[in-house]
Design a protein. Structure first.
Length: 556
């Protein structure tokens, strides 16, 4: 994937430059966490505590206290891990950090670990695998680490697993290079590594892993068309020529994906996935590709000016305007003119890469109630599992960076010699336009942690429990509707993993069929719990209400 020849300069700069750039990038991304003295973490008291609950589940699994696919919430349903992302790789890293940190700090350190992986993998991809030069590698790694969309959506920790994308790309490039050099053993090893990574990623964060596989399939389709390999005979010859690496990768993936399929296929049949009507509001609007949110320091004014054409929330995950313009010019040159930005010939791989970005973006865009995503939803396996298709824009951050930086790097090298001030100004603007004030850090160790850990343990006779309120003073969460849904349910999830005692409460992407545990202050809440307990033959169910003089009691 090189729009031009790879650079001849050494791939690795002075290690001090890499470490310094990494340090600055991490300080900027974690600036609000650091400013709080590591008291506050990403996300809020709903999504953040749900995530930590699942991470605690994996810690319990490694300690031998839990079954790998059954969490301690939504009791007594089986395979309850399948109601949400599996967080498998996150859980392995988190369990290590829990040796030295409390759950809230370990969660932050887990995110820091994956941001570190993303930075160094992005640098290695650009500077070593693609050999585009040292400066290009550092710039891509820095922008990828501090991308506006990833900061705006930092409250959804699973989205930071996009740090694994450059690792997957490194392995894919390694397969290609090894096949070209006829080193079949090396190609098979890289293919097996890529298959293992994708299977583990699916079991960690479904959205980003699925987007990676989907984009890879679209890229392959674009390449066979643009390279003239689309005719049946040519495709057959191509498959025969690379049969060994395809078989090894396919077999390894099929085996490695068994845990993922074991957990999620039954839940997909049970829940039916997301309805298309639920997906529609979360498709990309025409201006969303450049919608960076009103809090962006450089372009927020433009978003505010356009008003309803650029909604807030999940829609504010677009590409900052300058980077978008550079990438759009590169895309036009590669796909339409079949030339590089400097006028040279562009190879089929780079053209296919640019075309895949364009095609995928077009598939996600909605105009009124019409979107080509309806075809993807109906035809592509796994598409029904996703509601917020807008998050595909987060996946596209690295491809867009590679498209823009890859196409303009020769021009930048020329500017470095003749117009260094212009180049420095462009780089400064590319960096500055990524930042804004909207970095969600709303989980607090001193407040959320202290409130939950101060609770007395449940009575020894309890076989399961439910929560009315786990806090003496529970403030409103966003609004009355969400307060009725989230706080007591998510607190119960974390407490259940902490005490290793199952709870019937919980809240997730999907809930069990007879879940009816909203509004704990309603007069019929206890009767709803009792009905559920009878239906599922539960006995010795304990009731937790931290607001009264008697915190624990038994359900009657």
């Amino acid at each position: 994937m090189s729009g031009q020849h790879a650079d001849s300069t050494p791939a690795w700069p002075d290690p001090a430059a890499v470490v310094l750039t990494y340090g600055v990038a991490m300080l900027l991304f974690f600036r609000k966490v650091i400013a709080s003295g590591f008291d506050q973490g990403f996300s809020d008291r709903a999504d953040g505590i749900i995530e930590i609950s699942i991470l605690e589940h994996w810690r319990n699994v490694l300690a031998g206290a839990s079954t790998w696919n059954v969490t301690n919430y939504f009791h007594p349903y089986p395979a309850t891990l399948g109601y949400n992302d599996g967080y498998f790789l996150y859980g392995m890293v988190y369990a290590f950090w829990r040796l030295v940190a409390d759950p809230f700090l370990a969660d932050t350190l887990n995110i820091a670990t994956f941001k570190t992986i993303g930075f160094f993998a992005a640098y290695a991809l650009v500077a070593r695998s693609l050999r585009w030069g040292r400066g290009a590698g550092l710039l891509v790694a820095f922008l990828f680490t501090n991308a506006n969309g990833l900061m705006v959506q930092a409250g959804h920790a699973q989205l930071q697993s996009i740090a694994l994308l450059p690792v997957a790309m490194i392995l894919a490039v390694a397969v290609r290079h090894a096949e070209q050099a006829r080193r079949r053993g090396a190609a098979c090893c890289a293919a097996a590594g890529l298959a293992l990574l994708l299977a583990a990623w699916l079991f960690t964060a479904f959205y980003m892993a699925w987007f990676t596989i989907f984009f890879g399939a679209v890229f392959a389709l674009c390449w066979v068309v643009m390279s003239g390999q689309w005719r049946p005979i040519a495709l057959l010859r191509l498959a025969v020529r690379h049969n060994l690496v395809l078989e090894v990768g396919g077999i390894v993936f099929a085996i490695a994906a068994i845990p993922f399929l074991n957990v999620y296929l039954p839940k997909a049949r049970e829940t039916g996935g997301q309805s298309y009507q639920a997906v529609l509001p979360y498709l990309v609007l025409p201006l969303d590709p450049v919608n960076v949110g009103t809090a962006n320091y450089m372009w927020g004014w433009l978003v505010r000016l356009l008003g309803n054409a650029m909604p807030e929330g999940e829609h504010g995950t677009g590409i900052p305007l300058l980077l978008f313009i550079l990438a759009t010019v590169a895309l036009w040159q590669a796909v339409i003119r079949r030339r590089t930005v400097n006028g040279g010939a562009v190879d089929a791989v780079f053209r296919a890469f640019a075309a895949a970005i364009l095609l995928c973006w077009l598939l996600t865009i909605r105009v009124g109630g019409v979107s080509a995503w309806a075809l993807v939803y109906d035809l592509v396996p796994g598409a029904k599992g996703m509601r917020v298709v807008l998050r595909f824009q987060l996946f596209l951050i690295l491809p867009v960076l590679l498209l823009g930086i890859g196409a303009w790097r020769t021009r930048a090298r020329d500017w470095a010699g003749r117009r260094p001030i212009l180049l420095a100004g462009m780089v400064a603007l590319l960096i500055a336009e990524q930042f804004g004030s909207d970095v969600p850090v709303q989980v607090s160790r001193s407040q959320d942690g202290a409130a939950l850990w101060s609770l007395s343990s449940p009575p020894k006779e309890c076989r399961s429990f439910y929560v009315v309120s786990a806090r003496r003073d529970a403030p409103l969460y966003v609004d009355a509707e969400r307060t009725a849904l989230y706080p007591h349910n998510v607190d119960a999830m974390l407490l259940a993993e902490h005490w290793q005692l199952p709870t019937i409460n919980g809240f997730s992407t999907f809930n069990p069929p007879d879940w009816d545990f909203a509004d704990p202050d309603a007069a019929n809440y206890d009767s709803r719990i009792a009905t559920y307990a009878v239906r599922h033959s539960l006995s010795k169910v304990c009731r937790l209400d931290a607001r009264g003089p008697r915190v624990w009691s038994f359900l009657r």
